[in-house]
Each structure stands twice: as structure tokens, then as C-alpha cells.
Ligand binder design. Structure first.
Ligand code: SAH
Ligand code: SF4
Length: 360
């Protein structure tokens, strides 16, 4: 049965070496195969021309190689490109290519849906459908790099698509190891940013990882009362516990933790909130990324005016915090933060989209 054949996309280099060895082949072939899959985007073993014919035939017969299939490709007027992928079981996820100069960024998903239910996030409205496998997480990067012609160019990866990466810890970290392999895409962890809503045990685990990505914490509020109303997980891991985990997080020289703050009009965007935020972050090597809400049907909040955002940013800057305001990219194609929700080919209302997702 084909389903019993190991999937090359799910194997890290060590596992592939062991698998080939188990089939009587030399381990070094694993590096050759990895190069084909990751560096050149070749997924058909018969085209891996530096392998002997017998090995190519063997790989074809004994392994599968699944790659998320592109079923949607939307280009925004600002150059942002949103890809919809269909996975082996028919589920769909989204990834975004943000071609800013000088750096290019891929925003990828770690789960289908998300269990965390943040009140301003469309993905949260889906609930968790399932975790992505390591191969599906890394596969988005492979497919994006191939489709956008970026296989030979440096790019950044942000784990800010659908899902909570620390809620799918093992698969996320395995995917990063696969992408880091020198024979793979050789992506340095410095080019990867993991964004989390603040699962404290996951943060403590991450602190011990040899391959440590940059860290972004989705804070969004400055009191527990306010945060618990926006981010349900806060009742389990309140602000103080997250900030303590950040304080003990081992940062490399010159690196800082990014604190993301989605700004909701008249909810968490007052000068008092800004002053409280500055106080909360004192003593932490941090920078703040303000994200004015990307409004969407079914999200009961509004985007604040530019004046409110600027005032907030100014208060933080006066208190010597580094602050940036995230440009909203790809809003016309629903590729912006928190707008990732899979819809059908035709335009549908939020309610229809939701029914589609839940019904699947
Ligand atoms: N689950 C992780 C990563 C995915 S969400 C996390 O929450 O950090 C990535 C970022 O998009 C988070 O900072 C999240 O708060 C933000 N986001 C979610 N919904 C948004 C919306 N409607 N407008 C703007 N940003 C949003
Ligand atoms: Fe999940 Fe992040 Fe959305 Fe919250 S903001 S529901 S953690 S994807």
C-alpha cells in the first residue's frame, strides 16, 4: 500500500540517512536527495540525475514525496502574494510571500486553524482542525521558494500564518531543523521568527533549543483583565508569567524579543496603555511592533486612526523603546495578519466561509 511508504518530505537528514542505510544504500545518498528536494525543488525521483538508476527506481518504488499543492495564488497590488495550499487530506492552509526590499519574507502556517481563539483573529475563529506535520510546514517553504523563484536567494521566514507554533512544538522544530540542513535550504535560525501567543512551557522548552529562532510575543494588552478578554489563554498563562519567561529567555548578543501589539480602536490603544506597556517591558531587551487591526467581517473590533497609532508609538519611543508600526500587506487579497482563513474560489461571506470550514 502506498500509504505505508515513508514520505521523504517528513524525514530529516538523519532519518533519511538511516532509511537509505536500512535499504542497503550508502548514507551519503541522503544528502544528494536532500539537495534535489530542497535546493532545486525537484520532487520527481526519476529527475534526480546524479543518483544511479537503480537508486532512483528504488526511491520511486519505496518512498513517497508529498508537497503541498498550490490551489490558489493571489497577487496583491502591493506585491504580496498569497498562496493557498491543499494538503494530502484535502485540508487547506495559506502562506504569504512578502517581497520587500531588501529582504524577502515567507509567512507560513503551523496548524490548520488554531485552538487559541483570540477575539480579533479569523484563524482563531476556525478552532483547531489539526496540526501540520513537519513536512507540511517545511513543504510550504519549499513550494514558496520554488514558485517565487527564490531557491537561490536569501529570505526570512516568519511563523505568523495560521496556527500557534508552540502548540505544535515538535513538528515546528523538526521543520526548522529540516530547513536548516546545509544540504537543504540552509536557512539560518537568525532568519526565522517564531511568533507565539505565550505558551509558557513552550517558551521554556524553546529556551533550550540548539537551533533558536528569533522570538516574537503576541502581547496585545497591558492588564490581565484586558488581555484575558482578548486572548483566552491569558487566564492560564497571565502577563507576569509570560514576561518572566521572557526575562529568563537566553538572548544572543544584540538580539531582542519582539512584542507584537494588535491595536484595537478604543480598547487597548490609549496613552495609559502605552505607558503601562513601557513599564511592563522595562528590563527586557525588547522592541515593539504595533499592528493596527486588520478588520474583517465577524471581528467585533475596529482599526484605530493613524493619529491614535502614532500617539501610542510616540509614548513608547519617548520611553526609549524601539517601536515600529507594521505595514499592512496584502489586505486586498486577505493576506494580512489575522486574515488567513481558507475560502473557496469564489467570494463568500464570512458566515459562508465559516460554514465551509466547519463542514469539512
Ligand atoms: N499564533 C501566533 C502566530 C500567528 S498570528 C501568534 O498569535 O503570535 C500572527 C500575528 O498576527 C499575531 O501577532 C497576531 O496577534 C496577529 N493578528 C491576528 N489577527 C489579527 C488581525 N485581525 N489584525 C492584525 N493582526 C492580527
Ligand atoms: Fe491563534 Fe495567533 Fe490567531 Fe491567537 S492570534 S487565534 S494564537 S493564530
Amino acid at each position: 500500500m502506498s500509504t505505508l511508504r515513508p514520505d521523504l518530505a517528513e524525514l530529516d537528514l538523519t532519518e533519511l540517512e538511516a532509511a537509505l542505510e536500512g535499504h542497503g544504500y550508502e548514507r551519503f545518498h541522503a544528502r544528494q536527495i536532500y539537495r534535489w528536494i530542497y535546493k532545486r525543488g525537484v520532487t520527481d525521483p526519476s529527475k534526480m540525475t546524479d543518483l544511479s538508476r537503480s537508486l532512483r527506481e528504488h526511491v520511486e518504488a519505496e518512498f513517497t514525496l508529498s508537497t503541498p499543492r498550490i490551489v490558489g495564488d493571489d497577487l496583491s497590488i502591493d506585491g504580496t502574494r498569497k498562496l493557498v495550499f491543499e494538503l494530502a487530506d484535502g485540508r487547506r492552509i495559506e502562506s504569504v510571500f512578502i517581497p520587500d526590499t531588501p529582504s524577502m519574507t515567507f509567512c507560513i502556517s503551523t496548524q490548520v486553524g488554531c485552538a487559541m481563539g483570540c477575539g480579533f483573529c479569523l484563524t482563531g475563529k476556525m478552532g483547531l482542525v489539526r496540526n501540520l506535520t513537519a513536512g507540511e510546514i517545511a513543504g510550504q517553504v519549499r513550494a514558496l521558494a520554488t514558485t517565487t523563484g527564490m531557491l537561490d536567494h536569501p529570505f526570512n521566514i516568519v511563523l505568523m500564518g495560521m496556527g500557534e507554533p508552540l502548540h505544535n512544538y515538535d513538528n515546528t522544530m523538526k521543520a526548522l531543523r529540516m530547513l536548516h540542513a546545509e544540504q537543504g535550504l540552509a536557512i539560518s535560525p537568525r532568519r526565522v521568527t517564531l511568533s507565539t501567543v505565550g505558551l509558557v512551557p513552550g517558551l521554556d522548552r524553546l529556551a533550550l533549543e540548539p537551533l533558536m529562532p528569533n522570538l516574537a510575543i503576541s502581547l496585545h494588552a497591558t492588564t490581565d483583565e484586558q488581555r484575558s478578554a482578548l486572548v483566552p489563554l491569558n487566564s492560564k498563562y497571565p502577563l507576569a508569567s509570560i514576561l518572566d519567561a521572557c526575562r529568563r529567555f537566553p538572548l544572543k548578543k544584540r538580539s531582542r524579543i519582539t512584542f507584537e501589539y494588535v491595536m484595537l480602536d478604543q480598547v487597548n490603544d490609549t496613552p495609559e496603555d502605552a505607558r503601562r506597556l513601557a513599564r511592563l517591558l522595562s528590563g527586557i531587551k525588547s522592541k515593539v511592533n504595533l499592528i493596527p487591526l486588520n478588520p474583517a467581517p465577524g471581528i467585533p473590533y475596529d482599526r484605530p486612526s493613524d493619529e491614535r497609532v502614532d500617539r501610542f508609538a510616540q509614548i513608547l519611543a519617548e520611553r526609549h523603546l524601539t517601536v515600529s508600526v507594521r505595514k499592512s500587506r496584502g489586505r486586498d487579497i486577505r493576506a494580512a495578519c489575522g486574515q488567513l482563513i481558507v475560502e473557496g474560489g469564489t467570494k463568500k461571506s464570512a458566515a459562508q466561509q465559516m460554514a465551509l470550514l466547519i463542514g469539512r
